[in-house]
Write a protein that binds this ligand. Structure first.
Ligand code: FMN
Length: 141
C-alpha cells in the first residue's frame, strides 16, 4: 500500500506493537537512542509511547523513508504483532522538533486516556484521532 505513494511527499504511519516480553528499560532506551540518531540522518520525526509492554509509535517524514522504516520495524524481533492503525499523507509534521519523542506512564497513561473514552465510542477513525491527540499532548522528553 505504501509503494504507490509519491516518494518525497510527507507521510506518516501510526502503529501499535507488542514488546518482546524480556525487553527491559535499558533496551528501550537503547532503541530510542539509536532511533534518534538514524531519524536525524534520514529526516524522520515522531513519537514513541511505551506502556504495559505495548508500543505506540507515530513516524513521519518523506514516504520513501517511512516505507523503509516500516519494513525494518516489521523485521525487528524486539517487538511483534505490529498493527498499522493509520497511514496517510501529511501537509505538516506534528513532531517537527523531535527525532523521536518518548513518553511512558510516568508522563501520562494512554490506557487511562483510552479507557475513559472507549465507553463512549467504538469508531476506528475516532480511536486513531484519540491516540494522536494523546501523543501530541503528553509532556515532552
Ligand atoms: C519499538 C521500536 C521503535 C523503533 N523506532 C525506530 C525509529 O524511529 N527509527 C529507526 O531508524 N529505527 C527504529 N527502530 C529500529 C528499527 O526497527 C531497525 O532496527 C532500524 O531501523 C535498523 O534497521 P536496518 O538495520 O534494517 O536498516 C525501532 C525499533 C523498535 C523495536
Amino acid at each position: 500500500m505504501f509503494r504507490s505513494l509519491p516518494d518525497d511527499r510527507l507521510g506518516y504511519c501510526l502503529y501499535r506493537s507488542v514488546a518482546r516480553p524480556d525487553l527491559d528499560r535499558r533496551s528501550i532506551l537503547a532503541i530510542l537512542d539509536k532511533a534518534r540518531q538514524r531519524n536525524r540522518q534520514i529526516g524522520v520525526t515522531g513519537c514513541l509511547h511505551f506502556e504495559n509492554g505495548i508500543f505506540y509509535q507515530w513516524i513521519e517524514g518523506p514516504w520513501r523513508c517511512i516505507f523503509r522504516l516500516v519494513e525494518a520495524l516489521r523485521d525487528d524481533g524486539r517487538h511483534m504483532d505490529m498493527t498499522i492503525l493509520d497511514q496517510a499523507s501529511l501537509d505538516q509534521r506534528l513532531f517537527q522538533d523531535w527525532d523521536m519523542r518518548f513518553s511512558d506512564p510516568e508522563a501520562a497513561s494512554l490506557f487511562d486516556w483510552l479507557a475513559d473514552w472507549r465507553s463512549k465510542s467504538g469508531d476506528q477513525a475516532a480511536y486513531v484521532e484519540r491516540v494522536r491527540a494523546f501523543l501530541q499532548s503528553v509532556d515532552a522528553r
